[in-house]
Write a protein that binds this ligand. Structure first.
Ligand code: HEM
Length: 141
């Protein structure tokens, strides 16, 4: 099937604060992503993800470590992110995006306590996820 391109184009907003990594640390970023993927696996888009959710979650964790100001783990392990291209094999419509975002919202509930996520940077991170996920949508409807 032909991929659909969001008319809004690639994300234009700012990336997450690069101060986050120094505050959270690598272990908490990986733990947050693991918990997020457990939620994804149990959600209505769970079928899209591989059985080894923990391994899958580590790719997102590597990306976020770099975006949060830590070492560029994703690039050194997997190469250029090219995330829209990497998502094209999966049929992602607005509904799938909403489920993905809701799973992340649920994970971020109380994230300051659970993961030491700096509260001052939470709202901007939510905005980043919303905008970036819009760019991953590749099917109309
Ligand atoms: C719009 C909602 C989204 C859906 C439904 C979705 C779904 C998926 C799926 C099915 C995979 C493949 C998992 C695997 O086989 O290991 C994946 C991989 C990945 N996703 Fe998403 N994703 C979404 C948004 C995002 C966003 C916004 C980001 C970044 C902030 C992201 C980061 C990643 C990364 C880093 C990978 C690993 C890529 C690779 O190397 O294969 N995703 N996603």
């Amino acid at each position: 099937m032909e991929a659909w391109t969001p008319p809004s184009g690639p994300p234009k907003g700012p990336p997450p604060s690069r101060d986050i990594f120094a505050i959270m640390g690598e272990e908490a970023v990986f733990r947050m992503c693991r918990d997020f993927y457990v939620r994804l696996g149990a959600s209505e888009i769970g079928h899209m993800f591989p059985a080894d959710l923990e391994a899958a979650s580590q790719k997102l964790a590597c990306l976020l470590v770099g975006l949060f100001g830590g070492p560029p783990l994703f690039q050194s392990r997997y190469g250029p992110p090219a995330l829209r291209a990497r998502h094209l094999p999966f049929a992602i419509d607005q509904r799938a995006r909403r489920v993905w975002l809701q799973c992340f919202e649920d994970t971020l509930e109380g994230a300051d306590v659970t993961y030491g996520f700096p509260p001052a940077h939470l709202a901007a991170f939510r905005g980043f996820l919303s905008e970036f996920s819009a760019w991953m949508v590749n099917r109309e409807g």
